[in-house]
Design a binder for this molecule. Structure first.
Ligand code: SF4
Ligand code: SF4
Length: 91
């Protein structure tokens, strides 16, 4: 058994600091979208490093029903998840 169980509840959404490309239209509100000069869209990130759609107090996604496909696919406990947690000192 790992000493600390991997759960989003103890995580402060480390993965919501990653670059998230928008590859399908899931209805993300425009104010949360960044677009580069070639038209590629990503989730906007604020100066603190987190996605602009995250609630800074609860660390919950405020656009959960419209969240991007990549966010839907990101698996708790996956290698990527563990890497992100390690980066923020969660494990
Ligand atoms: S990094 Fe992993 S544990 Fe943390 S919020 Fe993302 S999926 Fe959940
Ligand atoms: S859209 Fe939601 S789940 Fe995706 S990175 Fe932003 S806050 Fe996290």
């Amino acid at each position: 058994m790992p000493e600390t169980e991997v759960t989003c509840a103890s995580c402060q959404a480390c993965c919501c600091r990653l670059e998230v490309m928008l590859i399908t239209d899931t209805g993300v509100p425009q104010e949360h979208i960044s677009e580069d000069k070639w038209g590629a869209q990503t989730m906007r990130r604020l100066d603190d490093g987190w996605c602009s759609a995250i609630d800074r107090k609860t660390f919950l996604c405020t656009i959960y029903e419209q969240r991007p496909w990549i966010c839907r696919e990101f698996e708790m406990g996956s290698d990527e998840c563990l890497d992100e947690r390690a980066m923020l000192g969660k494990d």
